[in-house]
Design a protein around this ligand. Structure first.
Ligand code: PLP
Length: 283
């Protein structure tokens, strides 16, 4: 296993100690581009088709050229193999508008690095979270598509700032709420509330990123006896839920053990939810 893998879209495995971006790359200086993060498990990337479908949608939202799905699929395979099967890895697909002078075309790179240390405890013991205002209405995604809500752009500084704000207040993670008080998403995860055997996640029309992990979960949860809904959720609905989860490609299922003042106990279905997400993403 390598400690870091860097691969070009053409499939060249680069020396990971060498710089690869120009100082005027628009992804670096303006966040002008899109990305994806995939789990590498057993030397293979998980849910490749779903991530590439979202990469295409995100690229279209920011007027980048249609990504070459065959080239990305091949490069993903090369990067996952170079990472190896010994340990899980976090693969990032980076696609930016390229250099400021515009001559060199888009920049497309793949990297694989170790799964962040926080992930192990989030998977097993869960996370504490704070709800924070995102500052706008659920109508903004439809009314102002240039805000790029629902696209996975490289502009994540606001999400990272929200996480630091929560961490200063002693919490691990954030659940954003809309101006009307609807639950939106985490800065890097989808929110799922579970009550009895009903799972509810906010609708993508509310301006949240369409999550690949919640899709995978919903694909398998029905046959495990769950009803899976996409419906507006209020913060009060989270407080009343049996359990609340933040699901995402790398962390998988992080149970919210504390939401502000609310502390959730273990439920009989917690292990089932964790297992469902784990098996769903490996299919
Ligand atoms: N919402 C946001 C803002 C994210 O950054 C992510 C993570 O990529 C998700 C939701 C969950 O998406 P996925 O399950 O595809 O990782």
């Amino acid at each position: 296993m390598s400690s870091r893998v860097v691969v070009t879209l053409a499939g060249d495995v680069l020396d990971p100690t060498r710089p690869v971006l120009h100082a005027d790359d628009l992804g670096a200086v303006r966040g002008d581009g899109v990305f994806e993060t995939l789990l590498v498990r057993g030397g293979k990337a998980c849910r490749v088709d779903a991530h590439l479908a979202r990469l295409r949608r995100s690229a279209a939202a920011v007027d980048l050229a249609e990504p070459d799905v065959d080239a990305w699929t091949r490069a993903i395979g090369i990067a996952a193999t170079a990472w190896g099967a010994a340990e899980e890895g976090a693969m990032r697909l980076y696609l930016s508008r390229g250099r400021e002078d515009g001559d060199g075309g888009e920049t497309a790179l793949l990297t694989v690095s170790a799964v962040p240390a926080r992930v192990a405890s989030a998977r097993t013991t869960g996370v504490s979270a704070l709800t924070l205002a995102r500052g706008y209405s659920v109508d903004v995604a439809g009314a102002a598509p240039w805000t790029l809500l629902g696209a996975k752009t490289l502009s994540y500084a606001v999400n990272m700032a929200a996480l630091r704000h929560a961490q200063r207040a002693g919490f691990d993670d954030v659940i954003f709420r809309s101006a009307e008080g609807y639950v939106l998403e985490g800065p890097r995860s989808t929110v799922v509330a579970v009550t009895d055997r009903v799972m509810t996640t906010p609708p993508v029309e509310h301006g949240v990123l369409p999550g690949t992990t919640v899709d995978a979960l919903y694909d398998v949860a029905g046959s495990a006896g769950f009803t899976c809904r996409r419906a507006p959720l209020r913060v009060a609905d989270l407080v009343l839920a049996d359990s609340v989860w933040m699901v995402s490609s790398i962390t998988l299922a992080a149970k919210v053990h504390t939401l502000g003042d609310t502390v959730y106990g273990e439920t009989a279905l917690d292990a089932t939810v964790r297992e469902l997400v784990d098996t769903a993403i490996s299919r």
